[in-house]
Design a protein around this ligand. Structure first.
Ligand code: NAD
Length: 420
């Protein structure tokens, strides 16, 4: 394995796929983990997260050997390009990595590097846990009722990028084809029109739902909810629902039951060893997030629904500074906070690194380091509930102690040491 401009640390070992064809990872106690600090506040939250993750690894008898890789501004400085091959290859080779936010210019300029990375690595599931940490201010009465993980399909839907701009020859050709060949005459208004295509495939649906059910099994979750708008978009979102149930029956017949089976065969008493697979219409689901929060555990949904739902859920438990995420592919994980690069705070040692730290927790859990993950959660929770917080939380709570990004990370490290 050789790279153009990055040095692999000598002390660490690579995470590999296990030899037994299970698709599981084989994770050494001293893995090499690529990290992209990212643009803007990435320079603040990246090092803060590294410090906390190192402490949690050490407290559980392990170590992390970081491999710094580059994208965005740091890559333009070093390589004169936005997303060097070194970076993509290093993440592929090491299987598990973490990144900070990357800036995307609006309107003009290059396309999103986040989207490019997800495409190049075929990271098809965007995973966003939403759970409440004690002490974090929330706009709802009972934020701790939420403990949900959303699996959002990352490659299809209206996000696939198959769309044509009004006024182009292409859009005119597509319009004519739809009207004349496919018989949808008089469905579209005359005059300028933009058209996009919404592909939902059986392949894309099943691999996403498989990932969600496997996660539910490994993490003792009690349900997986397929969220769709299949009453209206029958052949795309409706097909997602049908293929989702089909996958559950084909591959997880032992581990799952449907909601109907729960009532017909178990009288509504959920057996401990079964996961209930259910479905909800997307608009109803957004209400239920608020009114029946505790009924939902793992969500599997398409790209656009997933985008809306995970942000709405995130708001209930404290917002952007807190919300972690990761992108999963087959034997690949790239963890990243939900927030962006917040350029106006870049380099000020001010913003909240919790989202990046908890993304690291998700990465550790993917590696099977659940004890280290729990320690991170407990230590972050203790730090915040002691009132030791960054500016964004301090202004929302009474008597908070406002800390810089780096000081907040140091407090979490102290708490990791105290709790372990
Ligand atoms: P943003 O998330 O960067 O910032 C919005 C606001 O949220 C900030 O001004 C700040 O008030 C708050 N905020 C965000 N992160 C915070 C933190 N860690 N602690 C405290 N407050 C925080 O969103 P934006 O302004 O829409 O986007 C800025 C840039 O980031 C854009 O170029 C956008 O494309 C990019 N972006 C990247 C990613 C990613 O890399 N995954 C995600 C979203 C946006």
């Amino acid at each position: 394995m050789s790279y153009d401009q990055i040095e692999v640390p000598e002390n660490g070992e690579k995470i590999t796929l296990a030899d037994d064809e299970s698709g599981e990872l084989s994770v050494p106690d001293n893995p090499i983990i690529p990290i992209i600090h990212g643009d803007g506040i990435g320079q603040d939250v990246g090092p803060a997260a590294q410090k906390v993750l190192e402490a949690a690894a050490e407290a559980t008898g392990r170590s992390v050997e970081w491999l710094r890789v580059y994208a965005g501004q740091s890559a333009r400085d070093k390589y004169d390009e936005n997303l060097p091959e070194d970076t993509v290859q290093a993440i592929k080779d090491h299987r598990v990595a973490i990144k900070g936010p990357l800036t995307t210019p609006v309107g003009a300029g290059f396309r999103s590097l986040n989207v490019a990375l997800r495409k190049k690595l075929d990271l098809y599931a965007n995973v966003r846990p939403t759970y409440h940490l004690d002490g974090v201010p929330s706009p709802v009465k009972n934020p701790s009722a939420m403990d949900m993980v959303t699996f959002r399909e990352n490659t299809e839907d209206v996000y696939a990028g198959i769309e044509w701009e009004a006024g182009t020859d292409e859009v005119q050709q597509v319009k004519e084809f739809v009207e004349e060949e496919m018989g949808y005459d008089e469905t579209m208004h005359d005059g300028p029109i933009g058209i996009g295509i919404k592909p939902i495939t059986e392949f894309g649906t099943k691999r996403l739902v498989r990932e969600a059910i496997e996660y539910a099994i490994e993490n003792d979750r009690d349900s997986v909810t397929l969220v769709h708008k299949g009453n209206i978009m029958k052949f795309t979102e409706g097909a997602f629902r049908d293929w989702g149930y089909e996958l559950a029956e084909e591959e997880f017949a032992e581990e799952t039951i449907t909601e109907d089976e729960l009532w017909e065969e178990y009288d509504g008493e959920q057996p401990e060893d079964k996961i209930v697979v259910k479905d909800r219409i997307a608009d109803n689901m957004l209400q239920q997030l608020l009114t029946r929060t505790a009924d939902y555990s793992v969500i599997a949904t398409m790209n656009l629904n997933g985008d809306y739902m995970s942000d709405a859920a995130g708001a209930q438990i404290g917002g952007l500074g807190i919300a972690p995420g990761a992108n999963f592919g087959d034997g690949l994980c790239l963890a990243e906070p939900v927030h962006g690069s917040a350029p106006k705070y870049a380099g000020e040692d001010k913003v909240n690194p919790t989202a990046m730290i908890l993304s690291g927790r998700l990465m550790f859990e993917y590696m099977g380091w659940k004890d280290a993950g729990k320690l991170i959660r407990d230590a972050v929770e203790k730090t915040i509930s002691d009132g030791d917080v960054t500016y964004d939380l301090e202004r929302q709570i009474e008597g908070g102690n406002k800390l810089a990004t780096s000081e907040f990370a140091d407090k979490i490290v102290e708490n990791i040491e105290a709790l372990s």
